[in-house]
Design a protein around this ligand. Structure first.
Ligand code: FAD
Length: 311
């Protein structure tokens, strides 16, 4: 998500410095977007960046930051002008997560793990050369990140990768789960996930010609629905395993894969799929407005300076 954004908006110096280690995973990144008062309404971020010579001083709080505890760098949209409407007053930065002003605290989730964090930014200094895009254009830059995130979450798997592969394998190897009813359900999910996978593949190939557009939201929406339904179906095939749970110890997972976990874990973790990277309701709004051209959602703060919007 950071790499295509830096590729599209970062300076040549920034691309030279960050892209290769990011691609090679020798430097880990996280996404400092959501805040206690700005999740779905991301353009409402209140974390502020104030210029000070060649640097910016950043103060604020972020939340739900996956992997912040392992991250070397972060992408951060921050408020740089409160006198204009919210979308116009943001600027996008790269932040060094080892700065002494960055404090990371774990947040425990329904699986028992703490995959994400709250992050407090207190007087964090960011050099102006780590600004991505022009001052005030942070929303445009952030949209590029979000569209890429939705492709990353929803697309690019091999056939039978993920949840559907696990239940199909169970079907193949365990005759006790085979009934006409489960057969019908398995076939339905197999076909739906395969159609979504192929649509995602087409979207990915289109990326070679440029940045993804709002149609990535449809991919992410379909992926989340299917992950939740298929993980529920997996519990139906293995109810006794679903009722037990491997471990409730709070752990800090290093990677994002659920494949090594049992069906109970996968069922619980899939709940987050319709929230992370934008909720399913917001995906439907994006599809309605930006793909189908339907009338926009109600926006009471439209055209009002950020400082005048009640918070
Ligand atoms: C597993 C996981 C990992 C995450 N990782 C990160 C991360 O690394 N970095 C990061 O920045 N964030 C991360 N997030 C946060 C995620 O992006 C937000 O949770 C999400 O955008 C929703 O914001 P919110 O939680 O503030 O909910 P809210 O925006 O408060 O929404 C609450 C409810 O209201 C609904 N709603 C809100 N506005 C509308 C509307 N206009 N129309 C219809 N319904 C609406 C929502 O759909 C939702 O059901 C992660 C979340 C999860 C679950």
């Amino acid at each position: 998500m950071a790499a295509p954004t830096i590729l599209a908006f970062g300076s040549a110096e920034m691309q030279q410095r960050y892209l290769r280690p990011l691609f090679a995973c020798t430097e880990i990144w996280c996404q400092l977007f959501s805040e206690p008062g700005a999740g779905s309404d991301l353009a409402g971020v209140a974390t502020r960046a104030v210029p000070d010579g060649d640097e910016w001083v950043v103060d604020g709080q972020k939340v739900w930051t996956s992997g912040a505890h392992n991250a070397d760098f972060a992408i951060l949209p921050a408020r740089t002008d409160t006198s204009v409407p919210k979308h116009a007053g943001m600027t996008y930065f790269v932040v060094d997560m080892t700065d002494p002003g960055v404090e990371v605290r774990p947040l425990r989730q329904i699986t028992g793990e703490a995959e994400f964090n709250e992050v407090f930014l207190s007087g964090v200094r960011v050099h102006d050369r780590n600004r991505v895009g022009a001052v005030g254009e942070g929303w445009k830059v952030a949209t590029t990140t979000l569209n890429n995130e939705r492709v990353a979450i929803g697309a690019g798997n091999d056939r039978e990768a993920g949840q559907i592969g696990l239940v199909t394998e169970r079907w193949r190897t365990d005759p006790s789960v085979r009934t006409p009813g489960t057969h019908t359900e398995l076939m339905r999910w197999w076909v739906e996930t395969e159609v979504t996978r192929l649509a995602g593949e087409r979207l990915r190939q289109g990326l070679e010609a440029g940045q993804p557009g709002p149609e990535s939201s449809a991919m992410k929406l379909a992926f989340a629905q299917q992950a939740q339904q298929v993980s529920g179906f997996a519990l139906e095939l293995a109810p006794e395993e679903g009722l037990t749970y491997h471990d409730w110890t709070m752990v800090r997972p290093e990677g994002g894969s659920f494949l090594g976990h049992g069906p109970g874990y996968r069922y619980l973790r899939a709940k987050g799929n319709s929230i992370e990277g934008g909720t399913s309701e917001i995906m439907r709004n994006v599809i309605a407005e930006r793909v189908l051209g339907l009338p926009p959602d109600h926006r009471p703060d439209k055209g009002i300076a950020f400082k005048d919007v009640p918070r």
